[in-house]
Design a protein around this ligand. Structure first.
Ligand code: UTP
Length: 289
């Protein structure tokens, strides 16, 4: 049973500079909700009870966002904006959040290791804010269900375009059941020649606590960072790790084009926006803009 989730949010967000100079990329909004809220909601709907957010310098906006804001709430109450007041209050009462600092952004593996004491000796989920996933069953719940069945670490994967392979952790896989694979190798950001397949890991994992010892032994890898992928490769030598081609649609919100796609699609799903946005997109395209 998975009860705890780690959400690493201490990266520098260089792909969104200069915006991320003074704001965390996890707080970039998809219309009126920051990216990290989608991720936290996914964890909560999946039954996670305890969320650990790994933060770093300049990330206070995340803590403030999920905290109570009495002045704002009072203002909304006085001005009778009750619907907005409910939304604002809902955010701060979502779930108990815990924050742990990663002093320096030494890599995703290092960020996950910071949660070791809090997670303890039990399997746990990892969700990255870079990925927003729209699916009937939340993506992390899909992995949690498979963990219950197999009792193995399991990672969400999808096929990635050739030109994007060197941005991902790529696996060599052996299918054991429909959409479920045994990982035979995993390489962080390989070149096209090195890549054993076009199947890449996305930002959803369920890991056994043995990963912590592997991270401790993992040297710096690509980008001089301690890579979670390298630690997973080490864990793979000790125990089976599975990959799952999850069901759903993923938006890579850590990438500029992926972020734009997420905003457009989420607008097209919203009753309050879809008609205007559709009309506007059609007009824009027909004008050749
Ligand atoms: P990324 O490499 O995608 O995030 O890491 P980044 O470094 O913030 O973004 P770019 O690539 O420079 O634009 C994936 C996830 O791991 C977290 C990030 O916050 C992101 O959610 N991370 C990364 C950490 O928490 N600590 C780190 O040292 C590195």
């Amino acid at each position: 049973m998975i009860r705890k989730a780690v959400i690493p949010a201490a990266g520098l967000g260089t792909r969104f500079l200069p915006a991320t100079k003074s704001m965390p990329k996890e707080m970039l909004p998809i219309i009126d909700r920051p990216i990290i809220q989608f991720v936290i909601e996914e964890a909560i709907i999946s039954g996670i009870e305890d969320i650990i957010i790994i933060t770093g310098r300049g990330k206070r906006a995340i803590e403030d966002y999920f905290d109570d804001s009495p002045e704002l709430e009072n203002h909304l109450f006085q001005s009778e904006k009750y619907e907005l007041l409910r939304e604002v209050k809902d955010v701060s009462s979502l779930v108990d959040l815990h924050y742990i600092r990663q002093k320096e952004p030494k890599g995703l593996g290092d960020a996950v290791l910071k949660a070791e004491k809090h997670v303890g000796d039990e399997p746990f989920a990892v969700l990255l804010g870079d990925d927003i996933i729209k699916s009937e069953v939340p993506c992390i719940k899909q992995l949690m269900n498979l963990f219950d069945k197999y009792n193995k670490s399991i990672i969400a994967v999808e096929e990635v375009a050739k030109e994007k392979i060197s941005d991902y952790g790529i696996i060599k896989e052996k299918e054991i059941e429909d959409s479920i694979y045994l990982i035979e190798d995993i390489i962080e950001k390989p070149s096209l020649d090195e890549a054993p397949s076009n199947v890449g890991t996305i930002g959803r994992y369920v890991l056994t606590p043995e990963i912590f010892d592997c991270i401790k032994e993992t040297p710096q890898g690509k980008g001089n960072e301690i890579q979670l992928t390298d630690a997973i490769k080490m864990l793979m030598e000790k125990e089976d790790i599975y990959a799952y081609a999850f069901k759903g649609e993923r938006y890579d919100a850590g990438d500029k084009f992926g972020y734009v796609k997420a905003i457009v699609d989420f607008a097209l799903w919203r009753d309050d926006l879809k008609d205007d946005v559709r009309r506007y997109l059609e007009e824009s395209v027909s004008k050749g803009q």
